[in-house]
Design a protein around this ligand. Structure first.
Ligand code: HEC
Ligand code: HEC
Ligand code: HEC
Ligand code: HEC
Ligand code: HEC
Length: 678
């Protein structure tokens, strides 16, 4: 029996990612989930892709996507498992409604699109960028309705489609993610395994030793680095490094670094390598030691809570430690004095692709957190011994000859090489690095893969390896959202939106800047939580989030600001014959004039942040997007405004006027009847 997905009126929010739907699309961080893709209905729709390029049989792929949207730039691949060029995409799944009711459908697209509901054609459109005309009303049954659709990419230009629906007497909105579902099948499981294999290859940096050949400039996934060895002796302790090198996964379950030393000499070799690494320090890098006081520890603890560090780490004061989260018990053993605070201030300083985000801490915050973590950590174990020059030399040789420098950077000759990827035929993918037990004298690193991971890598080896070179931002975004644990904050902290709608809400340029930590203001200054920066991932992630919603990675330019309309908009946001938006929203330098618990974001930022269609939808009916919003609904279901003296009460024109005013950004004159803060 199919599950009936609850659909609040037009609600866009879905527990889509949370339910692990991307375990089908990109199953990266939840390897365990893929072992048991459950046979029930899961969120999103099943989409099969077929390339229209090359000779028969043509490349095919299947994935689960969250909605009836896609965006594929001309000359790019639609998925990493089909070649660039023209393609078809066919959706299949269910659309669910709480009550039997009538809907129309509409698509904005470049390409050809046809959609059927319960076997009846409802929409057929060929578009070159604009919206199709809306379909006739069709009845959706209470519960699930079968939906199928096909899209054929256009001969020219970027391929895209975005489907919206419109209830009778209501406004057009994207179909809520929570209303869409599909039934997983074996084909989806098979392609999910291929994707897992591809992801494991990338994340474990196999290509650093087994070169995949020409590296195109636009495959950011192959640029993953490792912590730099330059000056590492100033930052890290020798003992801890030796333990890590001996067995990285033993130190941290989510480590990607393999074990490189095996056999009876492993410990001695790891210690020698660490001794060499700790000798790498220039004289000029001492960091001030920090004195701990009870006040600082408390302040650090409060920050740890307020910034939601426990989203990804075990709380040092928490009752239970989870293997899912990264422990910080070892920090006093790992970091040289003063260097924990320096790390917290800029985790990417020596490791660009670190998954630890940057919270833009000031010096004092970093110090407080460092003091708190060190106070709760296991005791430091470093002993300052005599410098063993023989061990340094031996360690140096090992570092040069074991493959360390394939991943880690250091100005030192690398004397290690392994076979290129092209020379690893699929039948050999149970040997070397993929052996379940390493052969006695093997030179291969040991990754401690689980059998499902090994199978996924073997599947990938036997399949289309060119997938490695195909970069699909939407897939990247889906994988990073799960791998970087965005949803451990989004959807768990009250008062800001779930991450899965953001690609359809915000401009990709703004998302990219925001993720990169380049936005100088905090949109919601009243939150004690803070969005941390993920700089290395920002651009591809921002683009991919937009593309998951059928939007271009670059917002198309709007016509110049309509100054007349902007004047009217200025009045409309005021309390002086307008909607009193200023009661809750600051507008530029003018603060919100009613201070209570329903503060909104400064409207001066609206136009640079929001996609225009989202802004319009939000103003027409905020409750259709966020049912618990405190923002008033100003317009009736047909879009009429209570302010009948402006544009004769035409809601769409009034909303456009407000938009034109907001587009002035920080140059906007204050609304009438307000005073800018001094
Ligand atoms: C540090 C460098 C390094 C990394 C990283 C690395 N390998 Fe290897 N790999 C080797 C070496 C060296 C061998 C050869 C072992 C030997 O000859 O005993 C090898 C052997 C293999 C073999 C067996 C080849 C054969 O013909 O016997 C496969 C398959 C393989 N690696 C796959 C992978 C995969 C998949 C990854 C990523 C998960 C990976 N390797 C990461 C160095 C590396
Ligand atoms: C979104 C997940 C996430 C959040 C939130 C997060 N971290 Fe991390 N943190 C990581 C990851 C992942 C690592 C491991 C480093 C890596 O993989 O590059 C890490 C590493 C660290 C380390 C270094 C551990 C080591 O062995 O090198 C410290 C210290 C740390 N985090 C402290 C914090 C503090 C304090 C906060 C809150 C201000 C915080 N983290 C918030 C994901 C997170
Ligand atoms: C396949 C790539 C790869 C190889 C080969 C490799 N490492 Fe690493 N190493 C990493 C990555 C990635 C990290 C970051 C932690 C993680 O995610 O595993 C790391 C972390 C480290 C760290 C901790 C640095 C810090 O500040 O947190 C040390 C020390 C280290 N590696 C030493 C070595 C040595 C010594 C060798 C050779 C014996 C080596 N690594 C080989 C990828 C590699
Ligand atoms: C440590 C908690 C935390 C993590 C982890 C986190 N976020 Fe956020 N995020 C926030 C907070 C808090 C805000 C609201 C910030 C504000 O408005 O001042 C936010 C806001 C955002 C916004 C702007 C939303 C809007 O409507 O203004 C985007 C986009 C975003 N996050 C994306 C992501 C992505 C993508 C990830 C994962 C790569 C992620 N976040 C991980 C805490 C987090
Ligand atoms: C009673 C208080 C209140 C009034 C009056 C009000 N809003 Fe809001 N508004 C809110 C709240 C609360 C939010 C949600 C803030 C959030 O996302 O955290 C919001 C959100 C918004 C957003 C989306 C912001 C975003 O980036 O997520 C826009 C745009 C907006 N309001 C515009 C307006 C305009 C224009 C008016 C007047 C026509 C107005 N609001 C009147 C309370 C109000």
């Amino acid at each position: 029996m199919a599950r009936i997905v609850t659909v609040a009126f037009g609600r866009e929010i879905a527990p889509f990612l949370a339910l692990g739907a991307f375990a089908v699309f990109i199953p990266f961080s939840n390897a365990a989930d893929t072992q048991s893709i459950d046979r029930r209905i899961t969120p999103g729709l099943r989409v099969s892709f077929e390339s229209l390029e090359g000779s028969e049989p043509r490349a095919q792929d299947v994935a689960a996507l969250p909605n009836l949207c896609l965006y594929v730039p001309a000359g790019s691949p639609a998925t990493s498992f089909i070649p660039s060029g023209r393609f078809t995409a066919s959706w299949r799944g269910f659309v669910s409604v709480d009550l039997r009711s009538d809907y129309r459908f509409q698509a904005e697209l470049n390409g050809e699109f046809k959609m059927e509901v319960n076997g009846v054609v409802v929409l057929e459109a060929t578009g070159t960028g604009a919206a199709s005309s809306p379909s006739r009303f069709i009845r959706l049954n209470k519960g699930t309705n079968l939906v199928t659709a096909t899209f054929r990419s256009p001969p020219r230009g970027d391929a895209f489609v975005r489907v919206e629906w419109m209830p009778k007497g209501g406004l057009s909105t994207p179909i809520p993610l929570s209303a869409l579902s599909h039934q997983p099948d074996e084909e989806l499981e098979r392609t999910a395994r291929l994707r897992l294999g591809r992801a494991l290859f990338i994340e474990h940096r196999c290509g650093k030793c087994h070169s995949a050949g020409v590296q195109t400039g636009n495959q950011p996934e192959l640029e993953l680095d490792a912590p730099s060895f330059q000056d590492i002796g100033a930052r890290r302790n020798s003992r801890w490094m030796a333990q890590w090198i001996l067995d990285p996964k033993g130190q941290r379950a989510s480590a990607h670094m393999p074990k490189l030393f095996h056999g009876p000499n492993a410990l001695k070799d790891a210690e020698a390598a660490a001794t060499f690494l700790v000798s790498l320090k220039s004289a000029s890098t001492p960091a001030p030691a920090i004195e701990a006081s009870a006040g600082q520890i408390d302040a650090g603890k409060q920050l740890f809570d307020a910034l939601h560090c426990a989203a990804c780490h075990n709380d040092p004061d928490g009752a239970e430690a989870s293997a899912e989260r990264i422990s910080l018990k070892h920090v006093a053993q790992k970091f040289r004095p003063g260097h924990l605070a320096l790390f917290l201030k800029n985790p990417a300083a020596h490791y660009a692709w670190s998954r630890m985000p940057n919270f833009k801490l000031d010096d004092e915050e970093a110090r407080h957190l460092a003091v708190f973590l060190a106070a709760r950590a296991d005791q430091a174990t470093e002993k300052i011994g005599t410098i063993d020059t023989a061990a340094i030399e031996r360690g140096k040789k090992l570092v040069q000859t074991t493959g360390c420098l394939n991943c880690h950077s250091l100005k030192l000759e690398n004397q290690f090489a392994a076979k290129p990827l092209a020379d690893l035929p699929a039948p050999r993918w149970s040997q070397g690095c993929l052996a379940s037990v390493l052969a006695e004298n093997s030179k291969a690193p040991f990754f401690a893969f689980e059998s499902t991971e090994r199978e996924a890598l073997q599947g990938f080896a036997a399949g289309d390896r060119a997938a490695l070179m195909r970069f699909v931002p939407a897939e990247f975004a889906a994988r990073q959202i799960s791998g970087l644990k965005c949803q451990e904050c989004h959807g768990k902290i009250d008062g800001f939106p779930p991450v899965e709608i953001l690609g359809g809400k915000l401009k990709p340029e703004w998302i990219t800047d925001f993720l990169a930590g380049k936005v100088s203001y905090k949109p919601r200054p009243w939150l004690s939580a803070r969005m941390p920066a993920f700089a290395a991932q920002a651009e591809a992630l921002g683009h991919g989030m937009a593309m998951l919603h059928g939007y271009a990675p670059k917002t198309s330019p709007e016509p110049p600001i309509d100054a007349e309309a902007a004047k009217i908009g200025q009045k409309l946001v005021s309390a002086d014959g307008g909607f009193s938006c200023v009661a809750c929203h600051a507008v530029g330098k003018v603060g919100a004039n009613l201070v209570f618990d329903s503060a909104g974001i400064n409207l001066a930022y609206a136009a640079e942040r929001l996609q225009r269609p989202y802004f319009v939808r939000w103003l027409f009916n905020p409750l259709s997007i966020e049912p618990s919003s405190k923002m008033p609904v100003y317009f009736d279901e047909t879009g009429r405004s209570p302010l009948t003296d402006v544009f004769e009460g035409d809601g769409a024109k009034q909303i456009d006027a407000i938009w034109q005013y907001l587009r002035l950004g920080d140059k906007m004159p204050p609304p009438p009847g307000t005073e800018p803060a001094p």
